[in-house]
Design a binder for this molecule. Structure first.
Ligand code: DAH
Length: 342
């Protein structure tokens, strides 16, 4: 009997090693442990044995059964692992002849519109300038004719830093630096990120993008300002855009304006987007205040200039029909993936 058990053990070992899938393992389990299996057969053969011998053989058969069960469980586990590995290998096999199927990234809509506007101004002889995000009070306010305690400072809720510097509230903060760097005549745009301590909602953000532009030369007038703005906007929106100027107050320009464009949704007839006025407010601008020119080291008797502060974020909202300004900073890939092919 003992010999029979040993034979069974070595046969089982061979069989289980050969089992290639879970069905084969199940067949082996039935063949050995099933009602008519080899182990049951041995148990039935025990009837003819003496009491003592039966006890001995019974013990061995129990050990055998437990061993078979353990090996079956191990083999099942191993097969699962092998199958998983096979699946991974198959999915990762790289076929160089297949056309690529990568998820395509996209530029951020603000980057797209910024580059577009930059190209337009480059073609009109402007240079593109870069400037810090952390600036001092002088550049952000004083050099722009906004002295300390001037009520105009209330228009911009500023983030002050402990060392006395601040996060720039507008791209106008670079005007003085650029004037001093190049002198007159001068044509430059300077895009940048701005910060204001505002509570956010669908049309307000504490972080947004502007693009400042200045043009300084002899005999620059409001008609130059209108011409450049109209040309730029017609290019951006790829259609004829009408502009109008309304008076606006900003201490660093005199006169100062709000530049409106005709509503692109209704074409100027009046609709909910333009509050039935037919016009959309787009870009504050004006003729640079003589004091600001002087602060920048430019002779205001000889030179005049215009400046504008284009809201890039606002422009992107208009161009792409974005209803909530917070979408831009949300990092929401679903929203951004719409710009893949632009
Ligand atoms: N810097 C102003 C702001 O963010 C906008 C502005 C107004 C810029 C008039 C200009 C300008 O260059 O001429 O509120």
């Amino acid at each position: 009997m003992q010999q029979k058990i040993e034979e069974l053990v070595s046969r089982f070992k061979k069989d289980i090693e050969k089992a290639a899938d879970s069905q084969a393992v199940e067949n082996i389990r039935i063949a050995y442990l099933g009602k008519k299996g080899f182990v049951t057969e041995i148990l039935q053969g025990m009837k003819s044995l003496s009491h003592e011998a039966r006890k001995e053989v019974g013990k061995s058969v129990n050990i055998l059964k437990a061993d078979i069960e353990r090996q079956i469980a191990q083999r099942t586990e191993k097969i699962k692992e092998e199958q998983l590995l096979k699946k991974i290998n198959e999915s990762e096999r790289f076929d160089v002849t297949l056309p690529p199927n990568f998820t395509q990234g996209s530029y951020h809509p603000i980057t797209i519109i910024q580059r577009e506007v930059e190209d337009i101004f480059l073609s009109m002889g402007f240079t593109i300038e870069d400037y810090d995000e952390i600036v001092d009070d002088y550049h952000c306010f004083e050099a722009l004719n906004i002295p300390k305690h001037h009520p105009a400072r209330d228009m911009q809720d500023t983030y002050y830093i402990e060392n006395g510097q601040l996060l720039k509230t507008h791209t106008s903060a670079a005007q003085n630096f650029i004037m001093r760097k190049y002198g007159a005549p001068l044509r430059a745009i300077f895009p940048g990120r701005c910060f204001r301590n505002e509570s956010t909602d669908a049309s307000h953000e504490n972080t947004f993008f502007q693009m400042e532009g200045i043009m300084i030369d002899k005999d620059i007038s409001i008609s130059n300002l209108i011409y450049f703005m109209k040309t730029m906007l017609t290019e951006v929106f790829k259609r004829e855009v009408n502009v109008r100027l309304r008076p606006g107050f900003f201490p660093f320009v005199e006169p100062g304006f709000e530049l409106d464009i005709n509503c692109l949704i209704c074409g100027g007839e009046g609709c909910p987007s333009c509050k039935n006025s037919g016009w959309l407010e787009l870009c504050p601008c004006g003729m640079i205040h003589p004091k600001v020119l002087e602060y920048g080291g430019i002779d205001s008797e000889e030179y005049t200039g215009f400046a504008f502060g284009l809201g890039l974020t606002r422009l992107a909202m208009m161009k792409y029909g974005v209803k909530d300004i917070r979408d831009f900073n949300s990092g929401n890939l679903k929203a951004l993936s719409q710009f893949t092919n632009i």
